[in-house]
Structure formats: structure tokens, C-alpha cells
Unconditional design. Structure first.
Length: 257
């Protein structure tokens, strides 16, 4: 059932991606605002200590935890396309899921879902081989996991055919193309420049199940979750404003798992 009919949405954020005290402070603040946290697993950002701290803080706030997996690309922050063979990609994804799961177990944070990051997220939306690798890794994980993915993507199609529980998401802070994909980050206006624009888009997506894309085209999303990126300027202020805007619109915030 679309989120607009339920009046309920999950608010997720990518965490564990920054460096230094300011990043740690921002992550802790964001965990007071969101209902789900996608925690970097070391391939594009993060390390064991960051994962442990983020899991601890998520548990303390009752925030659902997911594994934010990527290509092995620390230098490029996981935003560079990587041609990796299917079996190798499956193993690398399992390694990331296992690393966060082990740390999460020690913190009392059960990893409940997987979300791809950056280039892997974009590529698995249309590339059947890499999407199939993500699905296979989820199937081979030690415990049952769900997927968080882009609506109408190849990843969602393959996961559904494989019987993997899948939830779709929209983005409060990113601009959309008319085909429903995100405007690439290297293009102007890919990320909304004002907090007010993020809030307006978030409310529009949940209320109407649609987003206004480039050229004014209306694209159907009807997601179960909304993402606010944690690595953008004013991330906490944006996420807090989005939360306030959704609540003011009569929308309940609740983790999708």
C-alpha cells in the first residue's frame, strides 16, 4: 500500500561516513531525528570503530540498522563505477554485511536490511548482473535481510522474483529526472540547495506518492522510506526540518522494519 494511504513513512540516513569529531557529532544528532540508519561497512567509508559507535548510538535511540554496502572504493567514496565479476562482488558484499552484523550483534543492533551506496546503488538499478549480485548476497547472508532500493529498478524486480523482502525509497534532498532516476551528482542542481526545497519534496512524495522531476514531469514513487543524506552540508538541519515538516503534515514516522 502506498505511503500516502498509510500516512506513515520511514526516514533513513546514511551514517558512519565522515571523519573526525564533527562527523561523530553530526551522526549522533541525526540518530535523534531518523528512524533507520544505513551504516557504512568499510568499503566506501567507515571502519570497525565507527561501525561500533554508530551501532551503539542507534540502539540507544531505538533506530533500525541496515548495512550500507558499496564497491571497494575508499578513495572515490564509492561513487566510481567498478567493473567487478559477479562472484567477487557477491563475496565483497557478504564481507561488508558480515562485518557490520558481527559488530552490531555485540552492540545489540540487529542488522535488518541492506542498501547499496553510490555507484552500486545507481548501477544495480539498471544492470542485471550487479543487481543479481546484490540479491544473491542478501540471500546468502547468515540471517534473513530485506533490501532498500529505488522504485521500479532492476534490483527491485530481481529481488521480488527471488522472494527477497524489498522496500522502496525516495530522496528528500535529491533532484529527479523525468525517468524516475536521480540527477547525477556531477550535474548542476543534483542536490537541492535549500532546506525548504527538501521539506517540500519530502511532503509531496509522501502525501501524493509522486515527485516533481525535471521539466515538471510527475513521477510515481510511493516509497516506504525517505532518505536524507548524512554527508551533505547542513545534513542535520535538513533532516530535522524534514522530520518537522512531515509531522506537521500529519504524517507518522516509523521504521519500515
Amino acid at each position: 500500500m502506498p505511503a500516502k494511504a498509510l500516512g506513515v513513512i520511514d526516514l533513513n540516513v546514511d551514517l558512519g561516513e565522515g571523519v573526525g569529531e564533527s562527523a561523530r557529532r553530526d551522526d549522533a544528532l541525526l540518530l535523534d531525528v531518523v528512524t533507520s540508519a544505513n551504516i557504512a561497512c568499510g568499503y566506501h567509508a567507515g571502519d570497525a570503530e565507527v561501525m561500533r559507535r554508530t551501532c551503539d548510538e542507534a540502539v540507544a535511540r531505538g533506530v533500525t540498522v541496515g548495512a550500507h554496502v558499496s564497491y571497494r572504493d575508499l578513495e572515490g567514496f564509492g561513487r566510481r563505477d567498478v567493473d567487478v565479476p559477479f562472484e567477487q562482488l557477491v563475496e565483497e558484499l557478504l564481507e561488508q554485511i558480515g562485518a557490520l552484523s558481527t559488530i552490531g550483534d555485540a552492540s545489540g543492533a540487529v542488522v535488518r536490511y541492506v542498501k547499496a551506496h553510490g555507484a552500486l546503488y545507481n548501477r544495480s538499478a539498471h544492470d542485471r548482473e550487479h543487481a543479481a549480485a546484490v540479491v544473491r548476497a542478501v540471500q546468502l547472508a547468515p540471517r534473513p535481510l530485506a533490501l532498500l532500493a529505488a522504485p521500479a529498478s532492476v534490483l527491485v524486480q530481481l529481488a521480488g522474483a527471488a522472494g527477497v523482502p524489498t522496500f522502496t525509497e525516495g530522496f528528500a534532498d535529491r533532484a529527479y529526472r523525468a525517468d524516475g532516476t536521480l540527477v547525477p551528482r556531477h550535474e548542476p542542481h543534483a542536490v537541492h540547495g535549500t532546506i525548504d526545497a527538501c521539506v517540500a519534496q519530502a511532503v509531496e512524495i509522501v502525501r501524493n506518492g509522486q515527485v516533481t522531476a525535471e521539466q515538471g514531469v510527475r513521477v510515481v514513487l510511493a516509497p516506504r522510506s525517505l532518505c536524507v543524506h548524512g554527508d551533505t552540508p547542513h545534513a542535520f538541519e535538513t533532516a530535522a526540518a524534514v522530520r518537522r515538516g512531515l509531522l506537521a503534515a500529519g504524517i507518522e514516522l516509523r521504521a519500515f522494519l
